[in-house]
Design a protein. Structure first.
Length: 85
């Protein structure tokens, strides 16, 4: 992962950015009214960034509708707890 001139984290592919988006939702417990909802290709750097504007990506919507986010959040919780964080 690199950083754009805008200061945003930059992901080389759309797939990598979408996977990071799902991880961010798991890690930071966003809600649909204030979290990032999709990714876009940046005109400045050519890589992908998160956006909180526009429609929610289909991949994120499917993830939120499933039970996967709860399972990942629990796994992250126990990983952090076992590592003493």
């Amino acid at each position: 992962m690199t950083t754009c001139i805008s200061g945003k984290k930059a992901y080389q592919t759309q797939e990598t950015a979408e996977d990071a988006l799902l991880e961010a939702w798991t890690r930071y417990n966003y809600n649909p009214s204030n979290g990032p909802v999709a990714v876009y290709r940046c005109d400045d750097c050519g890589f992908y960034h998160f956006t909180s504007k526009g429609e929610m990506s289909a991949k994120l919507a499917k993830f939120l509708a499933s039970d996967e986010i709860r399972r990942r959040a629990q796994a992250d919780y126990w990983n952090d707890k076992l590592k003493g964080r």
